[in-house]
Design a protein around this ligand. Structure first.
Ligand SMILES: NC(=O)C1=CN([C@@H]2O[C@H](COP(=O)(O)OP(=O)(O)OC[C@H]3O[C@@H](n4cnc5c(N)ncnc54)[C@H](O)[C@@H]3O)[C@@H](O)[C@H]2O)C=CC1
Ligand SMILES: O=C(O)CCC(=O)C(=O)O
Length: 353
């Protein structure tokens, strides 16, 4: 992989490799763009098949955060981190604290938080070594329920567009991944009368939603093929790809997972198929909205109100998509890029600070 070519293509600012033999830490921090503010994004602990997979994941995730915060109207840039390895075997207080020291070394250019396999206890260890971490217990806490609420609000906006009503009674929703966010998405959907089909690679997580919400479990490689109203990816990225796109039997794709489209062209393909895609970084912004509040002095009500507004942001993206006859993914990019450009221009004025 030609790393600098990739960094140049999408205009990344910085890629940081962190290694510690004592704890087994192998981490990568990606900073995409800091025009709007410090790069903020969670840390993912994942057993990647190759180092290249990890690099691509962190870069794609970091870039997604730039667009996510810009689209949500936050004064944040985009960054993300990955820790490579099996969290069940490798995760320890000393590893997380060592990672925290690397974050501290970036002196606030990057602020971390939770992501897959990194929870509130883990960010507490990171916080022992750095102040540049959010999502702390006693402050904004676990962002997942707020992310899920935002996803739910986005689903309502999508339903309103496609079915002419926010009423989800009897609507069939296929949820892929029922972890921290997926569980709460299922809860909202169940309370709204939706019928749930779910999958996960962790049996205990499936059992929880089957027992709590009467969901029907299906195999991981079946979920995207279910005949349904809404397909909600809430696990890994790149689930809309050359292989899956023609197998979809839904009217809406709207879920929490970051980087759902394997490539940009898949957004166009969904449009051509008449499937309404709600861009991932627009609908899953509840988490970053919640942790951003922590930087301002946390206020739950303000965070929830802002997450609820995802409904209106989704509507705006749909409006741009129709107005310009482009896919919703391109419409969201256009909206985010416009804000970065406009705010970026104000920063050319010299200030003595
Ligand atoms: N936690 C948050 O507040 C936010 C999370 N996201 C994104 O949402 C997604 C889910 O995040 P969390 O719920 O926090 O993570 P999590 O790790 O708690 O849940 C993910 C679930 O997906 C399952 N999973 C993994 N691979 C799978 C596969 N191939 N098929 C089916 N299930 C699979 C896991 O077993 C787990 O139960 C991720 O893409 C994350 O980046 C985005 C914004 C904020
Ligand atoms: O939700 C979080 O932990 C912070 C934001 C983030 O990393 C994300 O939205 O993917």
């Amino acid at each position: 992989m030609k790393i600098f070519d990739y960094l140049e293509k999408y205009d990344y600012e910085q890629l940081v490799f962190c290694q510690d033999r004592n704890t087994g830490l192998k981490a990568i921090i990606g900073i995409h763009d800091t025009t709007l503010g410090p790069a903020l994004g969670g840390t993912r602990f994942w057993n990647y098949e190759s180092e290249e997979d990890a690099i691509i994941d962190v870069l794609r995730l970091a870039r997604g955060m730039t667009y996510k915060s810009a689209a949500a109207g936050l004064n944040l840039g985009g960054g993300k981190a990955v820790i490579i390895g099996d969290p069940e075997k490798l995760k320890s207080e000393e590893l997380l604290r060592t990672f925290g020291r690397y974050v501290e070394g970036l002196a606030g250019r990057y602020i971390t938080a939770e992501d897959m396999n990194i929870g509130t206890q883990d960010v507490a260890y990171i916080n022992d070594e750095t102040d540049y971490v959010v999502g702390l217990e006693g402050k904004s806490g676990n962002p997942s329920p707020v992310t899920a609420f935002g996803v739910f609000r986005g689903i309502l906006a999508a339903a309103n567009e496609v079915f002419g009503s926010d009423d989800l009674t009897g609507k069939v929703v296929a949820v892929q991944g029922v972890g921290s966010v997926g569980y709460h998405v299922c809860k909202h959907l169940h309370e709204s009368g939706a019928i749930l089909y779910v999958t996960d690679i962790k049996k205990a997580n499936i059992e929880r939603v089957v027992n709590d919400f009467g969901a029907t479990a299906v195999a991981p490689d079946e979920i995207h093929k279910i005949q349904c109203d809404i397909y909600a990816p809430c696990a890994m990225g790149a689930v809309i790809n050359d292989f899956t796109v023609d197998q979809l039997k839904c009217k809406i794709v709207a879920g929490a997972a970051n980087n759902q489209l394997a490539e940009e062209k898949h957004g166009d393909m969904l449009k051509e198929k008449g499937i309404l895609y709600i861009p991932d970084y627009v609908i899953n912004a509840g988490g970053v909205i919640n942790v951003y509040e922590e930087l301002q002095g946390y206020n739950r009500e303000r965070a929830m109100n802002r997450a609820a507004n995802i409904y209106n942001v989704v509507k705006k993206v749909i409006e741009i998509s129709k107005r310009d006859n482009i896919s919703t993914s391109k419409a969201a990019d256009r909206m985010a890029e416009e804000r970065i450009e406009k705010i970026g221009r104000t920063k050319t004025l010299y200030l003595n600070k």
